[in-house]
Design a protein around this ligand. Structure first.
Ligand code: JF5
Length: 329
């Protein structure tokens, strides 16, 4: 995979030569080329910004250096995907990371100040695919840290980059072990038992530390019981920390029960045509933290978009009293 990065702070990308990504780059599995935008300025001060038309605070990045940089890096006929970090963009997610990981060539354009002149993305769209992407609902001083975040999320999905190919599948927001293919193709229907959940806690030696035991089931050697326990702890942590994700699971579950397509029914952010009902379900408040007896283990269906009795009991225990058909408030 080729990754070009255009920035006024090339030094910012030193971390790309460290750790897993650094090793992948050394092996040649990923090739990073960092370009200084000022190379495409011709005045003595190497000016990249100017004041905004229409007034207002701050500065806007001038279009000319960007136009020349993109012409030079992606000549006519080339087919890269241009990614522009901005708080106003589409959400970056594990799914988008997987889609980007399947691209042979990405170009990242790091804006500073109040962003890049709007015509740059428009003009680039006339000859290449362009996505404006946000890594979260906060404002950075520039796109550089967003590019580091995205490259890390993307590159660890490349074959051979992560030590253990399996370990990406059950990650938080991962697609589950049974859909490694979907991960690479960017399929929208998640597959495995951990799909749509954040991960529960992990443990290592020693078995007892400061009077705290590792959960005994993890030492039992019973792989079925361990998988069940992990799903339960993932459900519990998702219920406690991410009510938005639980709302999605419940939504997908109901859609499945109603015989509708799960991918279409998921209440993804900013989907046009989203119903009032979806909005009210997403607005569910955070559940109270709860402790107490573990729900009884029961046989389960381990398919995405399906919550069995046991899942519902775990969710209820964690403060999400979800009945067969209703979400309690
Ligand atoms: C940027 C204008 C780009 O602040 C961000 C960002 C936040 N979430 N995702 C990206 O990017 C830098 C700031 C202002 C354009």
């Amino acid at each position: 995979m080729q990754i070009d990065i255009i920035t006024i702070f090339p030094e910012y990308f030193g971390p790309l030569s460290v750790s897993l990504i650094g090793k992948a780059a050394e092996r040649g599995d990923i090739r990073f080329t960092v370009h200084d935008l000022r190379r495409w300025t011709y005045d003595v001060h190497h000016t990249v910004d100017d004041s905004p038309f229409g007034g207002g605070p701050g500065m806007v990045m001038k279009p000319e250096p960007w136009g020349e940089a993109l012409d030079s890096i992606a000549p006519a006929g080339a087919d890269p995907l241009l990614v522009i970090p901005t708080p106003a963009g589409l959400s970056f997610s594990q799914q988008r990371a997987a889609r980007y990981a399947a691209e042979p060539w990405l170009i990242f354009a790091c804006g500073r100040y109040e962003g890049i002149d709007g015509r740059v993305a428009d003009e680039a769209r006339s000859r290449m695919r362009v996505e404006e992407v946000s890594i979260g609902d906060y404002v950075l001083a520039g796109g550089e840290p967003a590019v580091l975040v995205m490259t890390e999320a993307i590159c660890r999905l490349l074959p051979g980059v992560l030590g253990n190919a399996e370990s990406a599948a059950d990650d938080s927001f991962g697609f589950g072990a049974s859909s490694a293919d979907a991960e690479v193709t960017g399929a929208t229907s998640p597959g495995g038992p951990m799909a749509g959940l954040v991960e529960g806690p992990a443990y290592t030696r020693p078995r007892v530390w400061r009077d705290r035991q590792v959960p005994p089931v993890l030492l039992s050697g019973d792989h079925g019981a361990i998988a069940r326990w992990r799903r339960d702890s993932a459900l519990r942590r998702t219920a406690q920390n991410r009510p938005d994700l639980v709302a999605r699971l419940v939504w997908a579950d109901r859609a499945k029960a109603a015989g509708r397509d799960v991918a279409q029914a998921q209440p993804a952010r900013s989907q046009p045509g989203q119903s009032e009902l979806a909005q009210s379900e997403l607005a569910q408040s955070e559940p109270a933290q709860s402790e107490g007896a573990q729900p009884q283990l029961a046989p389960r269906r381990v398919q995405s978009g399906q919550l069995d009795e046991h899942d519902l009991a775990v969710l209820a225990e964690a403060g999400f009293p979800v009945t067969g058909q209703d979400v309690a408030h």
